[in-house]
Design a protein around this ligand. Structure first.
Ligand SMILES: [Zn+2]
Length: 155
């Protein structure tokens, strides 16, 4: 197992009130950067977020951008496309599993939050092109006409 990727932001300055926001513009390496046949190319996204305090919590708002790669769902060729997603993640001292992220010692780790944002932006069923016919179009027609055809036809 590799060491988990981290992108730590020290929020002590926010807490002390010496700044009211922290801008983070960084490349962010992601752990395990793929799901279900799609992945972030090189496991890296550009992260651009602003961290603000919000009543004891911290909120990171911004965007992640990168490139995704996936298999065309019809012909299985590689497809790539731009990945861009807005991010809004909340960090709390007592986080809610699956909803908010932990604060540790006034530090937050943006890497897992950025990963989750990127994973949700991956395409579910990409196509290399709208009219991709698949590897054996005559046996497995996949176009709109095939989809519209009823399974059982009355003769
Ligand atoms: Zn295809």
């Amino acid at each position: 197992m590799n060491k988990p990727q981290r992108l730590i932001v020290d929020c002590a300055r926010l807490e002390a009130g010496s700044v009211d926001r922290i801008e983070v513009v960084r490349q962010c390496h992601l752990d395990d950067p793929g799901v279900q046949g799609a992945a972030v190319v090189d496991g890296v996204v550009d992260l651009e977020v602003t961290v603000r305090g919000a009543g004891g919590a911290y909120v990171a708002v911004g965007r992640v951008a990168g490139t995704w790669t996936a298999e065309c769902r019809r012909c299985l060729e590689e497809v790539r496309g731009p990945l861009e997603a807005s991010m809004r993640e909340v960090f709390e001292w007592e986080p809610t599993e699956g909803e908010t992220w932990p604060i540790n010692d006034q530090r937050i780790d943006l890497a897992p939050a950025a990963r989750e944002t990127a994973m949700l932006a991956l395409p579910l069923a990409p196509l290399c092109s709208e009219d991709c016919a698949g590897p054996v179009p005559e046996r497995f027609p996949t176009g709109p006409a095939a989809a519209a055809r009823p399974l059982i036809t009355d003769v």
